[in-house]
Write a new protein. Structure first.
Length: 210
């Protein structure tokens, strides 16, 4: 593992100690943490670095206390201790190591809480936006004046009457107009008609005129 490339994201996704026990074993975990503590002590350039016995005791304490953290977390904590402004007064002690480690995990807890809060806020925003859209769909818009029931009834009645009248007009256009037929009747020449039309009726046989 490269300490120069190590960051919070890598440490966050690194395998935890309780899982590493079944893969690399407790002995290798102890060796790895001891190596980190030796590098940390040497990097401080103090007159009195950690003794070998102190490194062993400190590594054992860290492994037993932080079983749900990773070796990458320890490495990043010690890295932050070197570059984070921790004051070493001529020596490195177990107390210095514990202080650096605990400060890192306090910072880690705060960052995880911020991440969790951000995720919850994002999730809430997504849900709220979805709810707002549903409300807009299912809630009528009352920003414009609303029709009363009587007005709606009258409007629908007029529309229905208008549609029926237009259909009636269409049916009239389709009907074929048949022209009227007239029959001329010839006057009938009847002798009796000639008789009544004369100014002086003819004398009948055996009738004397007046």
């Amino acid at each position: 593992m490269s300490l120069t490339d190590l960051n919070f994201e890598m440490a966050l996704h690194a395998e935890k100690l309780y899982k590493l026990k079944s893969t690399i074993g407790e002995a290798n975990i102890l060796k790895s943490v001891c190596a980190l503590l030796k590098m940390f002590s040497d990097a401080t350039k103090v007159n009195k670095p950690l003794l070998s016995s102190e490194i062993m005791m400190c590594a054992d304490f860290i492994i037993k206390k932080y079983t749900h953290e990773s070796i990458a977390d320890f490495a990043l904590a010690l890295k932050d201790g070197i570059f984070g402004g921790h004051k070493f007064y001529g020596s490195v002690t177990i107390a210095d190591v514990i202080e650096v480690i605990e400060k890192y995990f306090e910072t880690k807890a705060q960052r995880l809480e911020e991440i969790s809060r951000t995720m919850k806020t994002s999730e809430k925003t997504i849900k709220d936006n979805g709810i707002d859209k549903m409300i807009q769909v299912y809630t009528p818009d009352y920003s414009e004046p609303q029709e009363a029931f009587k007005d709606i009834f009258e409007r629908e009645r007029r529309e229905k009457a208008g549609n029926e009248f237009r259909k009636f007009q269409e049916r009239l256009k389709k009907l074929a107009i048949t022209p009227s037929e007239y029959t001329d009747f010839e006057p009938i020449n009847h002798p009796q008609n000639d008789y009544y039309n004369q100014e002086t009726p003819p004398m009948l046989d055996g009738q004397e005129g007046n």
